[in-house]
Design a protein around this ligand. Structure first.
Ligand code: HEC
Length: 112
């Protein structure tokens, strides 16, 4: 019985830390979105004539691979963004790798 309770408590703890990680991830994604290029991605993307990132992710036309590709290489008026992302204070503080930072940003935008 004790073992069963211990196991249950362990499962609950893992579930809780998973939730904490998800929150931290979204929070870091938001900080990147709000602060990249000084005024944030929204300076351009919250204007209707530019790609609507959240809508495109939801519509399935902007997947994780394409998102990373555009951030890495830029595209027309879209500047390369990886330097901006990796020097973001929230990213350096959390010690995120490029993959983790892109995941966080993609996740935040997809739930925005
Ligand atoms: C200076 C304005 C500007 C800023 C700042 C900017 N973008 Fe863009 N972005 C654009 C424009 C314009 C396009 C469309 C490029 C084209 O002509 O294909 C674009 C395209 C994109 C695309 C491709 C969208 C699609 O559906 O194909 C992604 C992804 C993207 N931006 C992400 C971001 C993220 C994330 C940030 C912040 C880190 C950001 N952008 C900051 C202007 C900007």
């Amino acid at each position: 019985m004790k073992t069963t309770l211990g196991t249950l408590a362990g499962v609950a703890l893992i579930a809780l830390s998973g939730a904490a990680f998800a929150d931290e991830q979204t929070e870091i994604g938001k900080k990147i979105y709000d602060r990249a290029f000084g005024r944030g991605c929204g300076t351009c993307h919250d204007i209707s004539s530019n790609p609507q990132l959240t809508a495109n992710i939801k519509a399935g036309t902007l997947d994780r691979a394409k998102f990373e590709e555009v951030l890495t290489n830029g595209r027309n008026a879209m500047p390369k963004a990886m330097d901006q992302i990796m020097t973001n204070a929230a990213v350096t503080k959390a010690g995120y790798t490029e993959e983790m930072a892109i995941d966080a940003l993609y996740k935040y935008i997809s739930t925005k």
